[in-house]
Design a protein around this ligand. Structure first.
Ligand SMILES: Cc1cc2nc3c(=O)[nH]c(=O)nc-3n(C[C@H](O)[C@H](O)[C@H](O)COP(=O)(O)O)c2cc1C
Length: 217
């Protein structure tokens, strides 16, 4: 039953305490993460775990890249997004707004620069995929991401998936010596939540199930 509780409680956190996490705990989380299913049990995921001063260096490098290139958080759609989806994103931002107002910060700056710095988390995990795999193997990485965030929650830790950093993949690969043939699919900020920061009180809503489901009986 703990799993059901973790699923309903988990949320993305956007401010972390600087307190470090023992390597053993990170390994424990990843050991459970790799129980995720994958096609033909290929286990295509690779994790680059960045901690300590290297994590701080990565954050600084990504914020610099963001300031230079100004690529911001966006849905990254390849054709115009049907209204339903756009509305959901806009509603979420609207609901987040009062928390950022309370913090007296600019929402775009906080989210974009915060994402680049993994919101101050002591651990940045990059989920990578060999480029010999087809696009569909991203599904496997997505499942692993789900396992990771839920396992972290179960250990009393918080996470935020960070897709923005993939816009700065060249900088990441250069800084961390990630081989050219590896794709950085998604990052995850991992740490203890800073519960004094208003935005961490925010819990995003979900549409009613009937909006997503079509029964064929
Ligand atoms: C693939 C993916 C990429 C994401 N990228 C970012 C990001 O770059 N910055 C950020 O603040 N949140 C990011 N998020 C977190 C989402 O905004 C968050 O999951 C969504 O608003 C739902 O909220 P919840 O995780 O609290 O349930 C990302 C989530 C996913 C699944």
């Amino acid at each position: 039953m703990d799993l059901l509780k973790a699923i309903s409680e988990r949320k993305s956190v956007r401010s972390f305490k600087p307190d470090s996490i023992p390597k053993e705990r990170i390994e424990e989380i990843l050991k459970l993460t790799i129980h995720a299913p994958s096609a033909i049990n290929l286990q295509p995921w690779e994790f680059v775990v960045v901690i300590g001063e290297e994590k701080e260096r990565l954050g600084r490098r990504l914020i610099k890249a963001y300031k230079e290139k100004q690529i911001a958080c966006s849905p990254g759609n390849v054709k115009p997004l049907p209204k339903t989806y756009g509305k959901r994103g806009a509603k979420t931002l609207e609901l987040m707004k009062p928390f950022f107002e309370e913090m007296r910060v600019d929402i775009n700056q906080y989210v974009n620069e915060g994402s680049c710095n993994f919101y101050g988390a002591p651990v940045a995990i990059l989920l990578c995929l060999d480029d010999s795999f087809p696009q569909v193997r991203m599904v496997d990485i997505g499942i692993a991401l789900g396992y990771l965030v839920l396992t972290a929650h179960e250990f009393g830790l918080a996470t935020c998936p960070i897709g923005l950093i993939t816009a700065y993949e060249d900088e990441i690969k250069d800084l961390l010596n990630i081989p050219e043939n590896k794709k950085v699919v998604i990052g995850v900020a991992l740490g203890y939540p800073d519960s004094d920061i208003p935005i961490n009180r925010f819990k995003s809503p979900r549409d009613n199930l009937e909006k997503f489901i079509r029964w064929i009986d």
